[in-house]
Design a binder for this molecule. Structure first.
Ligand SMILES: Nc1ncnc2c1ncn2[C@@H]1O[C@H](COP(=O)(O)OP(=O)(O)OP(=O)(O)O)[C@@H](O)[C@H]1O
Length: 236
């Protein structure tokens, strides 16, 4: 489904990705982890074609990017920071994204799930951070995309919205989809992810299940196991 080979990206002198090789061959929930600034968003944006790599190749469902765009019809994306015009009303934003995408959308159950009915007529600039995130989640999940890419999906969510988010992600997985997400919230990752990918110093240090990681590092606690990757050898 996604094949990344020898991916390199630098911004000026800052080498962010230095030979990333990774495959996501089947449906499931994959968490991309790594310290702040380790290149998670850069990797995600490279898959989306929003960052142009200096070297290497990325294939999504058989399409080699970049300079291709039709494959994006097959994916949904939740950005870390979404910047939509503040004067748009929530309902206008949802309609606009549906029009742009031109695909069947099923937003009403998501609006209900995140209790957004009372905000549909409100302008984006008047919403709280968590409510904006819930609107962005509606945009990310309303299309029937086989690939979902979620950059920090838990950001700003209250406990009940977090439960709803986990439920939706699991439902997507049950439908055979692939979900790639980044997160710094380890208990969320532990609950939701089938596999983790650990990015450090421009390379993949580990790819596998959390159980495999715990076994390899000899750490029973997920936070300690993650911390141990950084101080020991590469595990891929
Ligand atoms: N457009 C850009 N121009 C210059 N530098 C950039 C750009 N985008 C990212 N970077 C740099 O690349 C590095 C990796 O950033 P990136 O956002 O991919 O990290 P991240 O792992 O997602 O971090 P975080 O956990 O803080 O969200 C950082 O040093 C960042 O400053």
């Amino acid at each position: 489904m996604i094949k990344i080979e020898n991916l390199h990206k630098k911004f000026g002198k800052n080498k962010v990705l230095e030979g990333v090789d990774i495959h996501f061959d089947r449906g499931g929930i994959y968490a991309i982890l790594g310290p702040n600034g380790s290149g998670k968003t850069t990797l995600i944006k490279s898959i989306l074609g929003m960052v142009l790599p200096d070297k290497g190749s990325i294939t999504v469902n058989g399409t080699t990017i970049p300079r291709q765009w039709t494959y994006r019809q097959q994916l949904s994306y939740l950005p870390q920071i979404a910047n939509f015009p503040g004067n748009l009303r929530v309902s206008e934003l949802i309609s606009m994204i549906k029009d742009l995408r031109g695909q069947e959308a099923n937003e009403s159950h998501l609006v209900q799930l995140f209790e957004l009915e009372k905000y549909l007529d409100k302008r984006l600039s008047t919403l709280s951070g968590g409510t904006k995130q819930k609107v962005n989640l509606v945009l990310a999940f309303m299309f029937d995309s086989p690939l979902l890419i979620l950059d920090e999906p838990t950001s700003g969510l209250d406990p009940s919205s977090l439960i709803s988010l986990k439920r939706i992600i699991r439902t997507e997985k049950e439908m055979g989809k692939t979900v790639l997400l980044s997160s710094h919230i380890m208990h969320f990752v532990e609950e939701i992810a089938d596999e983790i990918v650990y990015l450090l110093e421009g390379k993949i240090y580990f790819k596998g299940s959390l159980d495999a990681l715990k076994e390899l590092t000899g750490e029973g606690n997920v936070e300690h196991a993650i911390a141990a990757i950084a101080t020991t050898q590469t595990y891929v």
